[in-house]
Design a protein around this ligand. Structure first.
Ligand SMILES: C[S@@+](CC[C@H](N)C(=O)[O-])C[C@H]1O[C@@H](n2cnc3c(N)ncnc32)[C@H](O)[C@@H]1O
Length: 250
């Protein structure tokens, strides 16, 4: 039996798929896809005969039973997730249920929204002497996050903070962040980054809420809060002439 392919669709642009992801999508006989977050162009890369199931209105049990039914019939089944499946993809619960039925999976990575956003902005998120840590997280909201990871705690370190799934709670996010980051700190707001209708802008932290609400963003929106977005001209030690290392000796 073919393993079920859990495939990362990347942020939206079809040419940001990996070659392996494109291969699995093109050869899929059944595509179970996260239609609420994946651009339709990606889902249309399948063959004409591929049977497609959007998952936005399905429960975990319904999704898993679709996967099991079709994989058990020997079909090539792709479970397509937006971005990278290992980030907020809820793949762990799917893999566990499939394993209980003796079904194998492969996981194919994708470019995550934070990577696509930084690239579109032509920005590095780790600038020497300014910020060397990236935090990927989300606002608590209805589903909550563990207490030890509350935004309040993450904000204290002033890292490059990438917030997924947070537009609905942007008022709480901004007021928490303002306790720790200066109000002029750059915030990138990316909506449908790399889609044909992408909207992407850097605003001061104090305008995070007003900009989000003015644009009417609730879904498919990513924030990057980072002192790195405004940095200019810092030099790394790695390429500094006085810094000798294994590959560049005296
Ligand atoms: C369920 S999470 C999945 C994240 C995904 N696995 C990834 O690695 O990007 C969905 C959230 O990812 C972010 N997201 C995904 N694609 C995006 C895009 N093209 N532009 C902006 N944000 C995106 C948004 O924060 C959205 O609410």
């Amino acid at each position: 039996m073919n393993p079920i392919s859990i495939v990362g669709a990347g942020p939206g642009a079809t040419d940001l798929l990996t070659i392996r992801a494109l291969d699995r999508i093109k050869n899929a006989e059944v595509l179970v896809w996260t239609d609420s977050l994946i651009s339709p162009e990606i889902a249309s890369l399948t063959s004409k005969t591929c049977e497609k199931f959007p998952t936005s209105s399905l429960t975990l049990e319904q999704i898993v039973s679709l996967l099991i039914k079709n994989a058990s019939q020997g079909k090539k089944v792709v479970r397509l997730h937006d971005g990278d499946p290992c980030l907020y993809g809820a793949i762990s619960e799917q893999i566990c249920k499939l394993a209980e039925q003796g079904l194998e999976v492969e996981v194919i990575p994708g470019i995550s929204a934070y990577q696509a956003t930084a690239a579109q902005l032509k920005k590095e998120l780790t600038i020497p002497d300014i910020v060397q840590t990236i935090v990927l997280s989300r606002a608590g909201g209805r589903t909550g996050i563990p207490e030890k990871e509350e935004l309040e705690k993450l904000a204290r370190i002033q890292a490059s903070l990438c917030l997924y799934l947070s537009a609905r709670h942007v008022e709480d996010v901004q007021s928490t962040l303002l306790k720790y980051y200066p109000e002029e700190t750059a915030v990138a707001i990316g909506h449908r980054v790399t889609w044909k209708d992408e909207w992407l802008k850097i605003v001061p932290l104090k305008e995070m809420v007003s900009t989000t609400r003015k644009q009417g963003f609730f879904r498919t929106t990513l924030y990057i809060i980072s002192p790195a977005l405004n940095a200019y001209g810092q030099r790394s030690k790695l390429y500094y002439d006085g810094h000798k290392h294994l590959f560049r000796k005296q």
